[in-house]
Write a protein that binds this ligand. Structure first.
Ligand code: ADP
Length: 159
């Protein structure tokens, strides 16, 4: 069994994330989407909310599981018996940070590899922070996230 972990903040999950989830689930036997608890960021959605949203999105994907993890990513991999970390790459701006992260994780655990999936062109500009910024001003986020997530995001901003 080839198990992979797709870690992230997913605050909120966007069509860009969903595309990576679908494609990674095709490549690996089992994919665990892991909401990592990052104390350096103040999230819009609680960890429980993000896990529930992701569970809803992936309910028809039989080999996709959703969990949260509070700790090192490589420990999260060990806990899920995964040797592959999936990350999405958008533009060169992602590259430096992602490479550093991948190399750090490789130093921490040599048996765990990072696999990058290139974003589809139509999602290359898309990030969770853009979604939040647009929604906070009441802008249209329907091209960025599924309708039920858009409602939840607007709710958070009292719109
Ligand atoms: P993190 O805080 O760990 O960067 P994110 O939720 O922002 O968490 O992103 C999780 C992963 O998804 C990262 O690898 C990121 O590059 C990738 N990602 C985010 N948005 C997109 C997108 N539009 N297309 C492809 N990958 C994306």
């Amino acid at each position: 069994m080839k198990n992979a972990i797709y870690p992230g903040s997913f605050d909120p999950v966007t069509y860009g994330h969903i595309d990576i989830i679908k494609r990674a689930a095709e490549i690996f036997d089992s994919l665990t989407v892991s909401v990592l608890i990052n104390n350096a960021k103040t999230p819009l959605f609680s960890v429980e909310e993000r896990v529930n949203i992701l569970k809803d999105i992936t309910k028809d994907m039989g080999n996709v599981h959703v969990r949260s993890y509070d700790g090192l990513l490589v420990e999260c991999c060990r806990a899920n018996d995964a040797h592959v970390i999936i990350r999405g790459l958008r533009a060169v701006t992602d590259f430096e940070y992602e490479l550093q992260l991948a190399q750090t994780n490789c130093k921490l655990a040599e048996d765990i590899d990072t696999v990058f999936l290139a974003t589809r062109l139509e999602y290359a500009y898309l990030s969770s922070s853009t979604v939040k910024e647009v929604a906070s001003f009441g802008g249209d986020i329907s091209k960025f996230v599924p309708p039920f997530i858009a409602d939840l995001v607007y709710n958070k901003y009292g719109r």
